[in-house]
Each structure stands twice: as structure tokens, then as C-alpha cells.
Write a protein that binds this ligand. Structure first.
Ligand code: GCW
Length: 669
């Protein structure tokens, strides 16, 4: 359909050549052994996919014949266990979730084999085969996830309002659950399983005590039942003061025996109804949330107490490092707080605790240098927290493909012997999913969900390859569509950076909504709520000095980085004003003054937003009318937003710098 509900699982009719090849690979679908809920999901998806791509219902057979698409694990098919050493050897390296696609001879027949060690591996393999079929790729692959935990975090409240959600209400209908399980939950599971997502936190990190009461646990259990066959575990965000607020304990002190016993009982209660419950995600002592520091305990004390309650059931705690509170850091440099609080705790977390760190030290800005905690906590398993929902990148109106942004962070070299990606055990993405027909508000934003999932499976994957795959699956495999769509995706995030926060500027969005520009705001109660805190522009210059002459946040990075970035001339231009306060006449590599460069960037941002719009217009004959129109409207709004950003920022910075606009540039009306 053209409403976007099918996401990248559209299974549109193939052209003649592709059809012949797919037909030859799948004359019948054969599952070796007895069906399980997971293999049933795999076979159903293959049937759906083949029916769509070939235009007729595929045969399902009990025994392999020539041309069968065969799903098998060694346990399901003794011939597979007896297969060539090469095949067996390869399978052995793929673990519990990997899969292998191969055209080979098994049990006396030429088959296309989807092999894995487990049923969930078969499901992932089925999705991979379908992806190859739909994009014309050869079904030859062996793949296993590089990260253990591949999570979505929903910031969904129980009243279905989604914090920073721009695509309708929460898909979780808490009122109707547990009796009524919307078909959407199944389709959600399919979409996520197709990417290899294996966990989901159902509720907002700004959590409520009610979440952990029996009625809500029953509702979460109903969702878990739907997601289980797809390999997706359910997790909940737990409010640290839950027992106290439910009036079941007199304190929430993590060292109090009464509190520890309460959490233990709570964990036992949850596992009775959700036997494979994943565990808790916790936001503590941040933005007004309760936490162990309220009792003069550390983050480790708090996390370990919950971890002890979950450990007997194999559950985990994901403890967030996004800590941001009034006090010394707020007055000097908010960017330093997480490192200062967490780095000293490295080595003191229980084995089933992971520390979940946002990609950057401020807050999901259009561009941030990687968070200094990556590489700095070698004794603690870390999760990357990315934001898929575009809180600071124009919500679901502005086009901004985040694949390039995720890739930039993951590939950053921490200079501790590892890239950021190599420091990770898991990844969490703050979901952009809502009840809108197309799930993400904008069709292009589906690409961000997709790219997140693909990178969680393989953080070394290329953002461009992922974009190409997504465009082929979502619009058409025709290169006349994919090439221009991929070009748009690839330029889109830099476009947003340029018209919002070029050269390392950050957090100059309107406080509260975070949508439009407000660099002038300076009168809010807390210093770090004010955009002026971040850009520090005055008559002499602009930028945040995070070197030794300023807050020295730079010292939180490995010495090589700290040394390189101490000098503006060797600081990457994209982070210049993140680390340095520089005079307006500072000479940039382009030969322009900083002031002229800033203006040029804002101009480029606007010009590129217009270019996105005209590129889309050129695609009109190739895109179905509904999706064309829905994005056309958004791209027009994006040009408006870019104009507003450029004009407002230039007018404001000019009022501070007192500098003239260069010849040819007109003062904004
Ligand atoms: O990005 C900021 C958001 C808050 C959010 C917080 C967090 C869930 O503006 O809405 O709260 O971060 O990550 O905890």
C-alpha cells in the first residue's frame, strides 16, 4: 500500500528477470522438523513475501525437492549436521542469532538453504533472504550480530502521550491491554525482527510507580507474548522510588534491607508472568528523577541493588549515564557531569549491569563529538543510546537521515585502542514509532528506524549501503529511484547541521520544544537551560571554551585527542565552537573569517534544503502520489524552517557581534 504502513516489508511485484531468479530459488518453502512459534513466523513471512513479489501463493512442502527454499538447523535436519565441514564450521561461528544463506546441495537436492543454530536465527535468515530477493542481491551470506543487546527504548507514557514523539500516540494501548492485542503489535514485531532488534523497553524513562503494579505487569506480559516468537524481549523503565511511592516501604535507599527485599519480591512477581523478562532501564538523579544519590549512595549502589534482584532470573539493568542536574556542573559545564560521576565507578558495577551512554555529552544534538565515557570505562559493559526520534533535528517535518550521524559516532576513534563501536556491548535507540499510519510521521523517518536496527546488528555497516537498501525496499529497486533518494538521504543531516548549528554550535533551539531557533534566550532559571550558555557569543567572539583556559572538558578525552583539540587549528572544523571560544575575525581554513564562514554555512544549509525539495520534485513521476505528496509538504516546510533558522541566527549573532553582513548578503527582513 502507499500509506507507508508496510514500512520496508512491502514485497512489491518484481520485474521479469528478478522474478525468474526468485522463483528458481523458492519453488517451495520447506521447514525441516516440527514448527515452533518462531519458525511459523518465518514461514508466514516467506509466504507473504513471495506472494507479493511473485504474484501468486507459494507452495509449502514437507520434504525438500529441487529448488526448495529450505529452513534448517542442525537439530532439525540431521543431513545438515552431516553436511560439508565448511558449512558446519561456518555455522558453528554464527552463535545463537546468526544465519547463513547458501545455494547448495542437501539431502540429494539443489536447494537455497537458510541455516542457523536456532529458530530465531532462521527467522533472521528468512528476513535476510527476503531482503535480498526484493533488492536483487544474491542469497549468499553468513551473518551474526556484533552486539548482544539491540534495543528500542520507547519514551511512551501510560496515557499514550509519547515524550518527544512526533508520529501520533503510543502504539501501546495500555487501556485495552491485556485482553486486546492490536495487530500492530505483531506488525511491530515483524518490522523489528527483520532488523534483528531483540529487546524493547515499553515505557518512558521518566517512569511512574504504577508501571510496576500487578495490572501493568499483566499488560506488559500480554505484549511480551506477542513479541516472544520474534525474538524480542520486553523490558520496563523502573522508577527508583517505586516502593516508597507505592507506600510499601519507608524509604527507597538502595542499602536498606527492606528496600532490597521489596525489589527481590517484585522481580519474582514479574518473572512469574513474564518468564523471559529482560530487565530494567533506569534514569536516576537526572532531570528531577529520584535515585540513589537522594540517600547519598552512588549510581553503582543503586544499579547493583536492582541487579541483585534480577540476577537469579538472568535479568539485566541498563543504568543511564544521562545525568543532568542543578549544581556545580550546571553552573560550569553540563557536558562534564556524566564522566565525572561515572568514570570513578568503573569496575564497581555488578556483572548484569550495563551503563547506557548517549552518543554525545550534551543531548542528541544535530552534531556532537562522541561521549568521553566511550573508551573510559573498560571494566563496564556499555550501551550506546542513540535517539531515533528527531527531538533536535526538526521532528518529523525536516528530512534528516541519521544513518550518517550514527556512523560518524560509531566510527570515531577513542584513541584508547578502540573505535566507539568497539567499546559497546549493546545499543539502544529512542524510538520514533507512533500510531500514525506510517509509524514514523514521515516516510523518510522510517529510514532512521531501519538504519538504527541495521547498525545495531552491525555497527561497522555503511550508512550509504543501508540507505540504498532502504530506498530499494521502500520505494523501488530501480536505480533511477534509489540513486537520487540515497543522495537526498546522504546530504540531509549535514543540511540540518548547517542551517541549525554549524561549526560545533549546539543547543540553541527554543527551550522546551527544541524545534526552532532561540539563541537569544538568557533568562531561564537554570544557566544550562539558556542557549546563551552554549554559544557564549559576545562582541568579541563566539563558542564554548572547553580547553584548559575554559572548563577543560577536553581533559575527559584520551590524551591524544585532548592534545589535538586543544588547538583550534587542529580541531576538526565541525567541532570548532564546541571546544573553542574564538574571535569573530579568526581565520578559517577556507580563508574566510569565522563570521563570514558562519554566514556561509547558514546560507548553504538553506540552499541545500531547497535542493532537497527540487530533487524530490524531479522524482515525482517515479513515486506513488500519496507518499510523494506527504513528503513534498514536509520538504516545503523544511525550506521554511531553514530560512527561519538562518535569518534568526544571523540577525541575533549580528546584533551581538555588531559586524556588517558581507557584500551581497542582505539583512534578514
Ligand atoms: O533529551 C532530553 C529530553 C527529555 C528526555 C531526556 C532524557 C526522557 O529533552 O525529554 O526525557 O533527555 O533523555 O532523559
Amino acid at each position: 500500500s502507499e500509506d507507508g504502513y508496510d514500512l520496508w516489508l512491502r514485497y512489491r511485484p518484481l520485474d521479469k528477470t528478478a522474478r525468474a531468479s526468485v522463483q528458481a530459488q523458492a519453488r517451495s518453502i520447506v521447514l525441516a522438523g516440527e514448527p515452533s512459534p518462531t519458525t511459523r513466523a518465518a514461514v508466514e513471512e516467506l509466504k507473504r513475501g513471495l506472494a507479493g513479489m511473485l504474484g501468486r501463493d507459494p507452495a509449502v512442502a514437507a520434504r525438500p525437492g529441487d529448488g526448495a527454499l529450505l529452513l534448517a538447523t542442525p537439530a532439525r535436519l540431521p543431513e545438515l549436521a552431516g553436511a560439508t565441514n565448511a558449512l558446519r564450521g561456518e555455522l558453528a561461528t554464527l552463535g545463537d542469532e546468526g544465519y547463513l544463506l547458501r545455494q547448495t546441495r542437501i539431502a540429494g537436492h539443489n536447494v537455497t538453504l537458510i541455516a542457523a543454530n536456532t529458530d530465531i536465527g532462521l527467522l533472521y535468515g528468512a528476513y535476510a533472504w527476503l531482503r535480498d530477493a526484493a533488492t536483487g542481491a544474491k542469497p549468499e551470506a553468513a551473518s551474526a550480530p556484533k552486539l548482544q543487546l539491540r534495543m528500542l527504548n520507547h519514551w511512551d507514557n501510560l496515557d499514550r502521550v509519547v515524550e518527544r514523539g512526533y508520529s501520533g500516540q503510543s502504539i501501546w494501548d495500555w487501556w485495552a491491554l491485556p485482553d486486546i492485542k492490536d495487530q500492530r503489535y505483531t506488525d511491530y514485531a515483524r518490522a523489528n525482527a527483520s532488523l534483528g532488534i531483540n529487546g524493547t523497553v515499553l515505557n518512558n524513562v521518566n517512569s511512574k510507580p504504577e508501571v510496576l503494579t500487578a495490572p501493568f505487569i499483566a499488560k506488559a506480559a500480554a505484549v511480551a507474548d506477542v513479541l516472544r516468537p520474534y525474538g524480542i524481549k520486553v523490558y520496563l523503565s523502573a522508577r527508583f522510588s517505586t516502593p516508597l511511592e507505592l507506600h510499601e516501604t519507608a524509604t527507597a535507599d538502595p542499602l536498606s534491607p527492606e528496600v532490597r527485599a521489596w525489589w527481590q519480591r517484585k522481580a519474582d512477581e514479574i518473572y512469574k508472568v513474564i518468564p523471559d523478562f529482560g530487565g530494567f532501564l533506569v534514569k536516576a538523579n537526572s532531570e528531577g528523577q529520584p535515585g540513589p544519590q537522594d540517600y547519598h549512595r552512588t549510581h553503582a549502589d543503586g544499579a547493583n541493588m536492582l541487579a541483585a534482584a534480577l540476577a537469579p532470573h538472568k535479568g539485566i539493568v541498563m543504568w543511564r549515564a544521562f545525568v543532568y542536574a542543578p549544581g556545580e556542573h550546571s553552573a560550569s559545564d553540563r557536558a562534564k557531569q556524566a564522566y565525572d560521576e561515572f568514570k570513578p565507578l568503573d569496575g564497581s558495577f555488578a556483572a548484569n549491569v550495563l551503563v547506557q551512554v548517549k552518543n554525545g555529552a550534551i543531548d542528541f544534538q544535530p552534531r556532537e563529538p562522541f561521549h568521553p565515557l566511550f573508551g573510559a570505562m573498560p571494566k563496564t559493559p556499555l550501551m550506546m543510546e542513540f535517539q531515533i526520534t528527531k527531538e533536535y533535528l526538526g521532528f518529523s517535518t525536516d528530512m534528516a537521515y541519521l544513518g550518517t550521524m550514527f556512523e560518524e559516532t560509531l566510527r570515531s576513534d577513542t584513541r584508547t585502542g578502540r573505535t566507539v563501536a568497539q567499546t559497546l556491548t549493546g545499543m539502544a535507540g529512542v524510538a520514533n514509532i507512533g500510531s500514525d499510519r506510517n509509524w514514523s510521521g514521515s516516510h523518510f523517518d522510517q529510514a532512521n528506524w531501519y538504519a538504527y536496527g541495521r547498525l545495531a546488528w552491525n555497527p561497522q555497516a555503511s550508512a550509504r549501503d543501508i540507505a540504498t537498501e532502504w530506498a530499494a525496499l521502500t520505494f523501488s529497486p530501480d536505480v533511477r529511484v534509489t540513486a537520487p533518494v540515497v543522495d537526498m538521504l546522504m546530504m540531509s543531516r549535514e543540511t540540518v547541521v548547517n542551517y541549525m548549528t554549524p561549526l560545533g554550535l549546539h543547543h540553541i533551539m527554543g527551550t522546551g520544544h527544541h524545534y526552532g531557533p532561540a539563541p537569544w534566550v538568557d533568562n531561564l532559571e537554570r544557566p544550562d537551560w539558556n542557549p546563551v550558555y552554549y554559544h557564549r557569543a559576545d562582541s568579541k567572539g563566539i563558542g564554548f571554551d572547553r580547553t584548559a583556559s575554559g572548563t577543560n572538558a577536553l581533559e575527559q578525552y584520551a590524551p591524544e585527542i585532548a592534545r589535538q583539540y586543544a588547538d583550534p587549528h587542529t580541531t576538526p572544523e565541525q567541532f570548532l565552537l564546541w571546544f573553542h571560544h574564538l574571535p569573530w575575525d579568526y581565520v578559517m581554513p577556507s580563508g574566510r573569517t569565522l563570521w563570514a564562514e558562519l554566514l556561509a554555512r547558514y546560507d548553504k544549509g538553506l540552499a541545500d534544503a531547497k535542493s532537497l525539495q527540487s530533487r524530490w520534485a524531479a522524482l515525482k513521476p517515479m513515486i506513488d502520489p500519496r507518499r510523494y505528496r506527504e513528503e513534498e509538504q514536509r520538504l516545503a516546510r523544511q525550506v521554511y524552517n531553514a530560512t527561519l533558522w538562518r535569518d534568526a541566527c544571523i540577525a541575533y549573532f549580528q546584533s551581538v557581534s555588531g559586524l556588517a553582513l558581507p557584500p551581497g548578503v542582505q539583512a534578514p527582513a
